[in-house]
Design a protein around this ligand. Structure first.
Ligand SMILES: *Cc1c(COP(=O)(O)O)cnc(C)c1O
Length: 376
């Protein structure tokens, strides 16, 4: 929460839940990344918060951008970024979208298998490609499973295939899992990346770049290490595995760039119990999983929640959204402590909601409009 957001909410007239993002915090975050990893280029992961205000600010600060679709590329270009600062980092692309990206000037593409390499070779001749390797995501609160990346042992074959088809086999990427609270998670992935560099070198292909991905956390309820701590740990791991031949590196922060810049204001619609004996109250808000809080899925991300009655006695609550879908419950397995005196109409502040909220909101499920957003 910042003074600017507090003041904005005090003066706000419209009704309904809203997300307010303080762009000064985004600027501070960008500068912290640039300082903590001075030799890495920053490719902001656009999906975390693609608001034009965020993209324009980061473009003006010199950031590059990691995109996953043609629409994201267009948004980044509209924000004033040049195509040489854009990567098409999704490993799952239609060939005609690769061709569109290429026509717009994008020359850096992610792959994780030979079939994707073949698409890129046909639609984006001579472009740079990096191969994503699997990472188990241990230590991450929002792990990324096996959907993206190949086994490290296959990566050299994928890159050699790219090389043979006239592409520039440029490097390796990985993602250690989102909200990664362990700054040493990069160590193992870098060991694997270094092994692929070696294998490719033996085949006469000299890789240049390691894409260190995202994963940098935002503070929710638990403390997280500073960006500087991550920078130091990553630099040590690079030294350990690459010695004096540290490659060019890029990072792709999403959550860590915008998460702590945003606050959602929501209203208590109902406080009830299911029986007189029930100890746990149900608290229904005017925002839920379909209004932008999708990351409460499996109760993975636990947001800090402020109430106007903080400091008074608390009791456990099951927190739920306003829609008529029973999946629209935020915290139930582990109920949330809220003041006993909480009342219908109280306004709550959900902190750390600058990333992965606004674009997760549904179009109009149950007639609830998408989350209103303000970037100030
Ligand atoms: C989503 C994504 C990111 C951003 O991850 P965070 O954990 O939010 O930092 C980075 N790189 C790729 C390829 C992604 O898909």
């Amino acid at each position: 929460m910042t003074d600017r957001i507090r003041e904005f909410l005090r003066q706000r007239q419209d009704d309904g839940p809203c997300l307010v993002v303080d762009l000064d915090v985004v600027r501070d975050n960008y500068n912290a990344f640039a300082k903590a990893l001075p030799d890495s280029r920053v490719f902001y992961a656009v999906k975390a918060n693609p608001a034009p205000e965020v993209l324009r600010l980061l473009a003006s600060l010199g950031s590059c951008f990691d995109t996953a679709s043609v629409a994201e590329i267009e948004m980044v270009l509209a924000a004033g970024c040049t195509p040489d600062r854009i990567s098409f980092g999704n490993t799952i692309k239609k060939e005609r979208d690769i061709a569109r990206a290429y026509a717009m000037g994008v020359r850096l593409f992610a792959v994780d298998c030979k079939a994707e390499v073949e698409k890129v070779a046909r639609a984006a001749p001579e472009a740079r490609v990096f191969c994503r390797i699997l990472c188990d995501g241990a230590g991450a609160e929002w792990p990324l499973s096996r959907k993206f990346g190949c086994e490290p042992a296959m990566a050299a074959d994928v890159l050699e295939h790219a090389h043979r088809l006239g592409l520039n086999a440029y490097g390796i990427s990985f993602h250690v899992g989102s909200q990664q609270r362990n700054q040493h998670a990069w160590d193992r992935a870098l060991a694997q990346a270094a092994a692929v560099f070696k294998e490719c070198g033996e085949r006469g292909i000299n890789l240049s770049m390691v894409n260190l991905g995202g994963g940098f956390p935002t503070k929710y309820l638990k403390n997280v290490p500073t960006v500087k701590t991550y920078g130091t740990a990553i630099f040590r791991a690079l030294r350990k595995h690459f010695g004096n031949r540290i490659p060019e590196t890029i990072i792709e922060p999403g959550r860590g760039m915008v998460g702590n810049a945003g606050v959602i204001e929501t209203e208590v619609v109902l406080v009830s119990k299911k029986s007189e004996e029930d100890e746990v109250r149900w608290v229904y808000l005017d925002i839920g999983k379909f209004g932008g809080l999708a990351e409460t899925m499996d109760e993975s991300i636990r947001y800090p929640i402020r109430t106007p009655r903080d400091g008074s006695e608390t009791a456990p609550c099951i927190l739920a959204g306003p829609t008529c879908d029973s999946a629209d419950v935020l915290y139930e397995k582990e109920p949330y402590l809220l003041p006993v005196s909480l009342e219908i109409g109280d306004r709550l502040l959900i902190e750390g909601t600058g990333a992965y909220t606004s674009t997760y909101a549904s179009v109009a499920f149950n007639g609830f409009p998408p989350l209103k957003t303000y970037h100030i």
